[in-house]
Design a protein around this ligand. Structure first.
Ligand SMILES: Cc1ncc(COP(=O)(O)O)c(C=O)c1O
Length: 371
């Protein structure tokens, strides 16, 4: 018998995307921004006085919290800064779901959700997404029926990248008995023409929490800064009770604030990602893939035909390109590909052509000729 809690002993942990050491590997597997963070973040790092690390950081990351509140047009009491989006998710479950109670999400959804539910001792009810990757119409009703205290919807959705509009989210929030956590980890990459903005919903829905992160839109996955925004009544227990006392370190606060303030730089990376996303979707559709309409910085490409997605994943890996493959019934015949730089996307497309060419040649040779 080990020392672990029995339920922890029995559960599976989060499966990370590969983090290769080899810098020549084309890394399109964990939805990082392919462009560097703001030069202002680099300057903040150089200016950072290591002597100040003797002291604890501002406990509630006040300067960054105020910047976020101002940008989103809410009060600082409606914002809590977290150690990445992952901590925000953990805090939402910790704060709103009683031990043993149910936490709702979609299937598929963010693969950390079932892990956190296991760690925090709550049940998870995962409602299947529709065939066209929408949140099903009976999502709220089904979660209310099982007494869910919290429901998480990833929007744009992961791993399909599809976007649910503000009206649908508002209707969900109105129907749900519990808290609706909208995980907006990828929202920065949504086409601006859509005018998509959920912050306006916060005034009318005291059960909506938005999760944001600097990992993707601000190219700072290595820094670990995210935040939750919602009604002050939802934010207050997170800020004053469930959060670690100093959950965001001083370096993360300084660099995070510098990068967040440089909106022009971040916007330019979003534009470049959107441009490449359009090209990548067209190129993949012209090959042998069905690709969902992504508004994120990744695309879900489902193989049409008899070439197994796992073989494509392996073939790409052999050619120095890492994408993501999930071995679940709904996703087994798809690969999720992060939008890279133009050169990275070119390398991916060339490698795909080589894989298909090799497979076709082998098939032609194995087909018996006429007698
Ligand atoms: C759907 C989704 N939500 C939240 C996160 C959290 O990101 P981070 O903890 O880096 O802020 C991720 C990261 O990949 C994600 O894919």
């Amino acid at each position: 018998m080990g020392y672990e809690r029995t339920d922890i002993e029995g559960m599976a942990g989060y499966v990370y995307g590969e983090q290769p050491d080899d810098p020549t590997v084309v890394k399109l597997n964990t939805n990082e921004n392919p462009y560097p963070p703001s030069p202002a973040a680099r300057q903040a790092l150089h200016r950072f006085d290591a002597d100040t690390l003797r002291r604890y950081p501002p406990a509630t990351a006040e300067p960054l919290r105020r910047l976020v509140a101002e940008r989103l047009g809410v009060s600082p009491e409606q914002v809590v800064v977290t150690n990445g989006g992952d901590e925000a998710l953990r805090l939402a479950i910790t704060t709103f779901v009683d031990p043993g109670a149910t936490f709702g999400t979609t299937d598929p959804g963010y693969s950390l959700c079932p892990v956190l539910a296991g760690v925090l001792g709550c049940a998870i009810e995962a409602i299947p997404m529709t065939a066209d990757w929408s949140v099903p119409g009976d999502f709220a009703r089904r979660l209310n029926a099982c007494g869910a205290k919290l429901a998480c919807v990833v929007n744009p959705h992961a791993p399909s990248g599809t976007l649910v509009d503000a009206g649908t989210i508002a209707a969900l929030a109105a129907e749900l008995d519990g808290v609706l956590l909208v995980d907006e980890a990828y929202v920065d990459f949504v086409d601006p023409d859509r005018g998509h903005d959920l912050t306006a919903l916060l005034a009318d829905h005291d059960n909506v929490l938005l999760l944001r992160t600097l990992s993707k839109g601000y190219s700072l996955a290595g820094l670990r800064v995210g935040f939750l925004v919602g009604d002050a009544g939802l934010v207050e227990p997170v800020l004053t009770k469930t959060r670690d006392s100093y959950n965001v370190d001083a370096i993360a606060q300084a660099l995070g604030a510098a990068a967040y303030a440089d909106l022009d730089h971040a916007r330019e990376t979003w534009r470049a990602v959107r441009q490449e996303r359009r090209r990548l979707v067209d190129e993949l559709r012209a090959r042998r893939f069905r690709v969902a309409a992504s508004q994120a910085n990744f695309v879900l490409a489902e193989v049409i035909g008899d070439h197994p997605a796992k073989a494509i994943f392996d073939g790409l890996r052999q050619r120095g390109i890492v994408v993501r493959h999930f071995d679940t019934p709904r996703l087994a015949e798809s690969v999720r590909i992060t939008v890279g730089t133009p050169a990275e996307n070119d390398a991916l497309l060339e490698a795909l052509d080589a894989i298909f060419h090799q497979a076709d040649t082998m098939r032609d040779h194995s087909t018996p000729g006429p007698p």
